[in-house]
Design a protein around this ligand. Structure first.
Ligand code: GDP
Ligand code: IMO
Ligand code: MG
Length: 434
């Protein structure tokens, strides 16, 4: 019995939250290991909709343990707001169920301000970040000037950390024409929030190590997607963390052997929020239709998501770089009613065929997708819960994707609702039920 890591195989918003919630029934603990509240994961359970950004998607099931690992960047105010919002929906989260790594770096208001100031200053070359301060917080972690959760417990340490933090940020802000940080106000805000977040602080690595010895099943929940990975994504139009399954180990304090099965989540088409290359993007009525049927608006920022055909060349690439064993294919129902469906299988760049997207930005900008066209289906797949209920053309589409990406489809999702999910291979057990 292995642990499972769920990661996005495209540019985020693949439906990770729905799949993690569904899989969490089989797990004892759910662990976030990177990203922060730039993530937006929507869960639909009966007539309730939950929107999660920082909290692991297992929280809505009572009895599961939730962990936020050291690889995450934590905005403590956003955390408390999310806990309060879920509390109002009847989901109560206390320190007996949620554990946050003591060595998690904090996102502070100056990080958010810096993120937004830089985006404004960049004009047309902006990345289109979520404006949550994610990039600046990771910079401070790598720059060894982050204030970490454990630092809130000791006033002397906090003073020293603030000195270091301000020395860097005030110089940067001066260059951007912004006022220096109000040290007293920031310190007071941290002192005020400390007693509310410190009860959740824990040596997460130790708790997970103990759970592992007890044979507990752990589900690692990735945020963003492999194409937003800071190394392998469409740099610089990426997020600032590693979004791959390998990060599950270092972002939680477990060894590399902790992740057994890597489940990549992919939409049956492609979306992207923010700027950056997107070879199979559609600018026509079909793109509009995918956006409308798929309700493609960002959970975090409300921005319209860009839509396009499934890019098998890119997903094949992320399957290799992320070490994906099986795919959960989501939103198949959004393709219902199309006469024909296209799949990107490679690129033409300056008259030369490429089977993967080159790294150089100039080549990426010139990449024209090469398509294969399959017949669509007129029947509805919405809400299908059995493989046998799918129309023949839909099965053909899924099987062709499997061939092109060279990876089996382990789960299929046919609506936002938790139970509208077809299990082909149980990632925790590895048995094929097709
Ligand atoms: P995440 O960031 O990967 O967790 O994905 P988001 O929650 O941001 O975006 C996925 C959206 O699609 C959410 O609104 C889900 O409720 C919805 N969704 C998930 N799976 C399906 C599906 O199979 N069909 C349809 N129509 N919607 C889905
Ligand atoms: P989930 O977990 C989709 C994108 C932003 C921007 C880039 C950098 O819901 O799939 P950042 O604020 O991280 O510095 O922004 O990354 N982005 C996402 N796109 N889904 C997400 O998360 C995203 N998180 C960040 O739009 O292009
Ligand atoms: Mg999302």
């Amino acid at each position: 019995m292995s642990n499972v890591a769920v990661i996005g195989a495209q540019w985020g918003d693949e439906g990770k939250g729905k799949i993690v919630d569904w899989l969490s029934e089989r797990a004892d603990a759910v662990v976030r290991f990177q990203g922060g509240h730039n993530a937006g994961h929507t869960l639909v359970i009966g007539n309730q909709t939950y929107k999660l950004s920082l909290l692991p998607s297992g929280v809505v099931r009572g009895g599961k343990l939730s962990f936020i690992g050291n690889g995450v960047v934590l905005d403590p105010w956003a955390l408390l707001a999310e806990i309060a919002k879920l509390g109002a929906q009847g989901v109560h989260i206390g320190p007996d169920k949620l554990f946050i790594a003591e060595n998690t770096p904090l996102i502070l208001p100056p990080h958010r301000e810096l993120d937004q100031m830089r985006e404004e200053a960049a004009g047309a070359s902006r990345i289109g970040t979520t404006g949550r301060g994610i990039g600046p917080a990771y910079e401070d972690k790598a720059g060894r000037r982050a204030i970490r959760l454990a630092d809130l417990a000791d006033p002397e340490t906090l003073e020293a950390r603030l000195d270091r933090f301000l020395a860097h940020h005030d110089a940067l802000r001066k260059g951007l024409g912004a006022a220096p940080i109000d040290r007293a106000a920031l310190k007071a805000a941290l002192e005020e929030i400390a007693p509310q977040v410190l009860p959740f602080a824990a040596p997460v690595w130790l708790r997970l190590s103990e759970l592992r010895k007890q044979g507990a099943k752990v589900l690692f929940e990735g945020a963003q997607g492999a194409l937003l990975d800071v190394d392998f994504g469409t740099y610089p139009y990426v997020t600032s963390s590693n979004t791959m399954a390998g990060q599950a180990a270092s972002g939680s304090g477990m060894g590399p052997g902790a992740v057994g099965y890597v489940l990549g989540i992919a939409k049956a088409y492609t979306t992207r929020v923010g700027a950056g290359p997107f070879p199979t993007e559609l600018f026509d009525a079909i793109g509009e239709r995918l956006g409308e049927r798929g309700h493609e608006f960002g959970t975090v920022t409300g921005r319209k998501r860009r839509c396009g055909w499934f890019d098998a060349a890119l997903v094949r690439q992320t399957i290799a770089t992320a070490g994906i064993h099986g795919i959960a294919l989501t939103k198949l129902d959004v393709l219902d009613g199309l006469d024909e469906i296209r799949i990107g299988v490679g690129y033409e760049i300056d008259g030369v065929r490429h089977d993967h997207l080159p790294t150089a930005a100039a080549l990426q900008a010139k990449a024209k997708p090469i398509y294969e066209t399959l017949p669509g289906w007129s029947e509805s797949t919405q809400g299908a819960r059995r493989w046998a209920d799918l129309p023949a053309a839909a099965i053909k589409y899924v099987k062709r994707l499997e061939e092109l990406i060279d990876c089996p489809v382990a789960l299929l999702s046919t609506s936002p609702e938790r139970e509208d999910t077809i299990l082909v291979t149980d990632p925790f057990a590895g048995s094929d039920s097709r």
